[in-house]
Design a binder for this molecule. Structure first.
Ligand SMILES: [Zn+2]
Length: 47
């Protein structure tokens, strides 16, 4: 068996009510991620 390595395909961006940039990514296996970016500070924040 080989270990599956997720491929993060970009599903697009959105802006939250708080003004954060939300990046949606997903893998063909069904896994998905949401990454938030503080636009003001430019630092990633995972929730
Ligand atoms: Zn995957």
């Amino acid at each position: 068996m080989s270990v599956h390595v997720h491929v993060r395909l970009n599903d697009g961006y959105a802006v939250t009510e708080d003004g954060q940039l939300l990046e949606r990514t997903s893998c063909h296996c069904g896994a998905s991620w949401e990454t938030f970016f503080q636009v003001d500070e430019g630092e990633p924040e995972n929730i």
